[in-house]
Design a protein around this ligand. Structure first.
Ligand SMILES: Nc1ncnc2c1ncn2[C@@H]1O[C@H](COP(=O)(O)OP(=O)(O)OP(=O)(O)O)[C@@H](O)[C@H]1O
Length: 471
């Protein structure tokens, strides 16, 4: 029987060795002493580990949590299903809570008894397996929960774009549901049996990305003992989902552009030109436009990819959907754990509605899992609930910057488009108003000082403008 893989990242050799000793009979252990080593290890593994135990204080800043925070984000970018458990000192509760906002499943205070740790890891594994069943079950249902106006608008966009052969770019903050949107696009593509291949561009080391995408000839590089097909070939005439597209190296961006333009590509080390009919869906949590301005992402590729763009709204803009998601996950995880569900008392429910969930639905889901374990069948009060919230939420979320300070530099760079810039501003104000109004369009229109119908038409204009730029 294959043991589930567990990545342990801790800079203290004593802790690494003792954890290996304790857990090796039940888990396939992989050890790393810092973030870069962990990422290298991950990239070399044939499939990502199911679990990770991460110390927050890692070199070069072993007394601060930043390196651990960064590793959590990178692990989840590499493998969204991985369950990350953080190890932390007794007095670092607020750091541990912030780690959970970033997507960590749970934290455990050091020193921790072997049985507690085992129980936690088994629990994480069981929940991970149940989530995979949920995903399979929800296929016909679209999987996307929410009735707010932004989610309804997003569903219509998915339906509209799903059956076209053009690329779709999915933008949104981490944990907001981009992968779910990609899966929905594929399911509604009208080719239910066609291949669906997912490549996370952040998960593959940049020098292997080209051969992973396009394949390689025998002897193309050291270690290429056989010819190998790539993801484009595997996708055939189905869908290729390129997650974290912002991480793609520049040289490869040019090759991807060529496939998007005429379907042509070559395996590494081969002169024969091959044809791809795969439909491309790409996703990013970075501001790609900013990356274009900074020269990190090709402008022409951005325009090709963003023929149809879907903005996945952050959870804080979705008003009552926070309650729908609460209800859904409450029921789901209680039945998985075969325990009665917890309930929020009225004050806790208000706090739930007020909280901004900077880690989006992934954070909400992890909070529900923890409450299910801690308070089966019980009423959760506001103090108990708020101890699950992030005490430093302002450090996550959108990474957009105010462009006004860059005006001179942008104009001098050339290629500036005033309409584009104004649309960007309009979109940002609308987004903020929707956030303040918890997804209520009439309220948002009031804040913006325009009529509700005008707001709808501005939203439409933003989408049209994006589509027109590439035609
Ligand atoms: N509207 C939704 N309804 C139900 N589940 C959702 C919704 N949005 C997100 N989720 C769930 O939240 C979790 C995070 O979603 P997902 O992995 O798609 O996020 P993401 O935007 O791809 O994040 P990242 O950029 O970090 O990869 C998943 O478990 C997903 O199923």
């Amino acid at each position: 029987m294959t043991l589930p893989a567990l990545l342990i990242v801790d800079d203290d050799p004593l802790i690494r060795d003792s954890l290996r000793l304790i857990l090796a009979d039940e888990f396939d252990i992989h050890l790393a002493e810092d973030r870069p080593q962990a990422i290298r290890l991950l990239r070399d593994m044939a499939s990502p580990p199911q679990l990770a135990l991460v110390d927050l204080g890692l070199p070069p800043t072993p007394h601060r949590p930043e390196e651990g925070f960064r590793l959590i984000t990178e692990l989840l970018a590499h493998s969204p299903n991985i369950k990350v458990i953080t190890l932390s000192g007794q007095n670092e509760e607020s750091n541990a809570r912030h780690a959970r906002t970033l997507g960590a499943f749970e934290f455990v205070a050091k020193p921790c008894g072997p049985e507690t740790l085992r129980a936690l890891l088994r629990d994480a594994l069981r929940i991970q397996q149940s989530e995979q069943t949920e995903l399979a079950d929800s296929k016909s249902l679209f999987g996307i929960i929410g009735n707010s106006q932004p989610i309804q608008a997003m569903r219509s966009q998915i339906e509209l774009y799903a059956q076209t052969p053009y690329p779709v770019l999915i933008e949104g903050e981490s944990g907001s549901g981009k992968e779910l949107v990609a899966a929905a696009l594929q399911r509604l593509s009208g080719k239910p049996d066609a291949s669906y291949v997912i490549l996370n561009c952040a998960a593959i080391s940049p020098n292997l990305l080209e051969s992973t995408l396009f394949g390689h000839a025998k002897g193309a590089f050291t270690g290429a003992t056989n010819a190998q097909s790539g993801f484009f070939e595997r996708a055939e005439n189905g869908t290729l989902f390129l997650d974290e597209i912002g991480e793609m190296p520049q040289e490869l961006q040019a090759k991807l552009l060529r496939v998007l333009e005429n379907g042509e590509y070559q395996r590494v080390g081969e002169a024969t030109t091959r044809k791809s009919n795969a439909r491309i869906i790409a996703a990013t949590n970075r501001d790609l436009k900013l990356a274009v301005r900074n020269g990190a992402f090709r402008n022409d590729l951005f325009h090709r990819l963003s023929i149809f763009t879907i903005q996945v709204p952050p959870l804080r803009n979705l008003g009552e959907d926070k309650l729908l998601l609460l209800e859904h996950f409450q029921g789901f995880y209680a039945s998985q754990a075969q325990r009665p569900a917890f309930k929020l008392d009225p004050a806790a429910l208000e706090a739930w509605k007020r909280y901004s969930f900077p880690g989006n639905t992934r954070e909400l889901r992890n909070i529900v899992i923890r409450l299910t374990t801690k308070y089966p069948g019980a009423e959760v009060n506001v103090r108990q609930l708020e101890s699950e919230f992030d005490p430093q939420p302002e450090t996550t979320g959108s990474t957009q910057t105010d462009p006004s300070s860059e005006v001179r530099q942008i104009l001098l760079q050339g290629g500036f488009d005033l309409d584009d810039m104004l649309m960007g501003y309009t979109a940002r104000y609308i987004d903020t108003a929707m956030e303040l109004a918890h997804g209520n369009v009439s309220e948002a229109a009031k804040l913006l000082g325009i009529a509700r119908t005008t707001l709808y038409s501005r939203m439409e204009a933003i989408q049209k403008h994006k589509a027109q730029k590439v035609q």
